[in-house]
Design a protein around this ligand. Structure first.
Ligand code: ADP
Ligand code: MG
Length: 729
């Protein structure tokens, strides 16, 4: 049996389950071993029945003395009721809608049950995990793994299948160099895999987790550092600082730059002046004014006679940047082009200057070309690209970012081959720890202050009974000439079904469950999101409700990722000129939009967003002179949800929110849901800053001594695989 052969070739996994496993990203036996538990239930202590107490999560062991099904006609449910008995007493157990249980569990079977002890006159277990006592316990009477699940694929099944194949873990290649294992005191791979799934103790589980997290971080750091070594060999064109130009441009701005804008711009100009490629991340909270900083860099580059590509994740945003740049650079005679479009078709701006000509013309005749992914299509090449700017860079995959800088190798006429300088920007404040992990070779410029005169957006968590009042408030604002956004969450199918799966098995339920962690597929780090169909549906339904029942007298429009680009433009233009009062949208509006007259951001299903994401959405308002409001709605009464959302009402610091998010929801959910593509490191190790640093320093040591990794062919091979994955995108 080969670890890389597809799961379809494994005996004992039926086609139905193969499909479900695929949904979890499990394609091979290797993937199965790397499908790590999200957490554990400690069912290792067996409690005597007489000692069970209400509310306790416990394991009891006993002989089945009675088991039978009854049907309740009212609720159309089957209830399986059983009693088990040990030397101290007996206790009732009930399961719902699992009539087949009476086939597998018989009187006189000795079983373990693990779960919460409830009280209804007498104590009983409700839907506990259970298993017959065999030599190898899986679900009870031990530390039990709880996995990321999907519809029809429970932790119970995963435990079964993983335990079945675990002996094959011996075949795993332990590519982590031995000296590192020694100095970091890490387990060997096989025992780590065995212990992460079926740990003998929580301490063992932790050691296993540490080893597996370390290997992932180490590989990532080795990759990042080897990229850096590569890049140090590359050359870029040095663009010397043009003081007069920049001074006159700054003087012409309609506002005064903030100190941090000036500082960031200065750092960028210094980088540009070197003949080594700039690789800088401009990080600043929503509304901190990144665009103008980028515009200054593009202006300088243009006036030096070179081209700048300015890439944004959505069409709406690309067009907005195009217009902003045209406005800001109006006096400087800089030709600006716009290229957007899907995979096949390239749309381009037919401005008066270049009407009727094709996109190639735009590329060659513009000093600044703004665009979406359309910019990195193969057929597009620049004449002399020396600066690439990527806005909302976490929305792009690693390969996409690399493509803009690498695949388009610019060789300005007659000059040696160079690659463009790269300026990435993000409005999602990435906590430093994460930035260090993912973009460990970037230089960082931070915009730490907001432009003067910005008002705080007042945020309220609105209880369901105040919904009408909220609608009245919106109406009031609109009467005063303002505008509102209503955002509906993305609702992922996997998310809902995992809820269902967990609900049927409360012993496995978890306080912060609900969203599945993505598998670590490096190629989708920050991949751009498209609207999920359900998300569109939710927004549509909301739109219809508001338009028909709540605000029939107001002008309401619907915006989502599946609306045709022309229509989208029209909607955005109409919203921009206040011809639309309320814009109902999916999170497509999350990034970058700048509509100063909008003062209300109403968010439905707020619990489905991360705090950082909510902060992004909130950043769509409060951009003008008017007091703005963010109204959060949730149907979830769960104390934890309420608490999490309340943070929004008191905290307006994007970085703090991001850190909170990372701690509360884990890295995979940091940017939203499954598309975030952050590594699925076992159990939150991404926030383990110390480990990140250790991994980084070990990677540096290895690469310094042996840049070609000749001594470590296994590591070299692993790194190659990792790189291939990234470039497969
Ligand atoms: P973000 O950092 O979120 O991309 P933008 O670049 O879109 O922010 O800027 C948000 C708004 O703030 C824009 O309307 C921009 O013109 C304005 N702005 C930028 N810098 C300043 C400043 N120093 N003073 C006042 N307004 C500014
Ligand atoms: Mg922006």
């Amino acid at each position: 049996m080969n670890l890389d052969s597809p799961i379809s070739s494994l005996p004992r996994i039926s086609p139905v389950y193969q499909k479900r496993l695929l949904k979890l990203g499990v394609k091979t036996l290797h993937d199965l071993f790397y499908h790590f538990p999200r957490r554990y239930n400690d069912f290792s202590q067996i409690t005597k029945i007489i000692d069970l107490r209400v509310g306790q999560i416990a394991t009891a062991q006993g002989r089945v003395i009675e088991i039978s099904n009854t049907r309740t006609w009212k609720k159309r449910m089957t209830i399986t009721q059983a009693y088990i008995q040990d030397s101290t007493g007996s206790i009732k157990i009930i399961w719902f809608n699992q009539p087949y249980l009476t086939k597998s569990l018989k009187v006189d079977d000795v079983i373990n049950v693990s779960g919460r002890v409830n009280l209804n006159k007498d104590l009983y277990f409700s839907s506990p995990a259970f298993e017959k006592i065999t030599s190898q316990l899986r679900h009870t009477g031990r530390i039990v793994p709880v996995y990321p699940e999907t519809a029809g694929l429970s932790s119970r099944y995963l435990r079964y299948i993983i335990q079945l194949y675990l002996p094959n873990a011996k075949q795993l290649t332990d590519w982590l160099p031995a000296p590192i294992k020694r100095s970091q005191r890490l387990l060997d791979l096989c025992p780590a895999i065995v212990q992460v799934h079926f740990p003998a103790s929580l301490k063992n589980a932790n050691q296993a987790r540490r080893r597996l997290a370390f290997e992932e971080l180490f590989l990532l750091q080795t990759f990042v550092l080897s990229q850096k070594i590569q890049r140090l060999k590359e050359r870029s064109l040095a663009i010397s600082f043009n003081k007069e130009l920049i001074q006159s441009a700054v003087a012409k701005l309609p506002f005064k730059l903030t100190l941090s804008q000036k500082k960031a711009a200065w750092e960028i100009f210094q980088d540009l002046a070197k003949d080594q490629p700039m690789n800088r991340l401009l990080e600043g909270d929503v509304g901190s004014g990144k665009t103008v900083v980028a515009a200054m860099a593009a202006l300088e580059n243009a006036k030096a006679g070179h081209q700048t590509a300015f890439m944004a994740p959505t069409e709406i945003l690309a067009k907005q940047h195009y217009n902003t740049l045209r406005g800001l650079l109006d006096d400087f005679d800089v030709k600006i082009g716009l290229i957007t479009g899907g995979d096949k078709k390239v749309n381009y701006e037919k401005s008066k200057k270049n009407s009727g000509l094709d996109s190639l013309f735009i590329i060659h005749n513009s000093s600044i070309v703004v665009g979406t992914h359309a910019l990195i299509q193969e057929k597009i090449s620049f004449k002399n690209l020396t600066l690439a700017i990527v806005d909302e860079q976490h929305r792009f995959g690693v390969a996409q970012r690399a493509a803009l800088q690498k695949n388009i190798i610019a060789s300005p006429d007659g000059l040696p081959k160079t690659i463009p300088h790269l300026l990435s920007m993000t409005a999602t404040p990435i906590p430093r720890s994460l930035a260090l992990t993912l973009y460990g070779d970037l230089d960082l410029s931070l915009l730490t202050e907001m432009p003067k005169g910005r008002q705080k957006v007042l945020t309220h968590l609105v209880p369901p009974i105040k919904r009408t009042a909220a609608y009245n408030f919106i109406r009031q604002q609109i009467k005063q000439g303002r505008q509102a956004f209503v955002v509906c969450p993305r609702i992922e199918v996997a998310e809902d079904s995992s809820l269902r799966a967990e609900r049927s098995n409360p012993a496995d339920s978890n306080k912060n469950m609900g969203l599945l962690r993505p598998k670590f597929t490096p190629m989708n780090i920050g991949a751009p999101r498209n609207d999920a169909p359900t998300e569109v549906k939710a927004a549509k339904a909301e739109y219809e409700k508001l338009a028909k029942n709540i605000f029939p007298d107001l002008k309401i429009a619907l915006l989502h990722g599946r609306i045709k680009s022309k229509e989208k433009d029209k909607i955005m233009a109409d919203f921009n000129t206040n011809k639309i009062d309320i814009l109902v949208a999916t999170s497509v509006i999350e990034v970058g939009l700048d509509i100063p007259n909008a003062t209300i951001m109403m968010i439905e299903g707020a619990e489905r967003f991360g705090l950082a994401q909510l902060h992004q959405l909130r950043g769509r308002v409060g951009r003008g002179a008017h007091q703005s409001y963010c109204l959060l709605f949730t149907d979830s009464a769960a104390a934890q949800t309420q608490e999490r959302l309340k943070i929004m009402t008191t905290c307006s610091d994007g970085f703090k929110l991001a850190e909170q998010d990372l701690q509360l929801r884990g890295p995979g959910e940091f940017f939203g849901t499954s598309q975030s593509g952050l590594p699925n490191l076992p159990m939150g190790s991404l926030i383990d800053l110390i480990m990140i640093k250790q991994a980084r320093s070990e990677a540096a040591k290895i690469l310094q001594a042996d840049p070609e990794l000749k001594i470590y062919p296994l590591l070299k091979n692993q790194l190659q695989k990792f790189q291939n994955n990234i470039h497969l995108e």
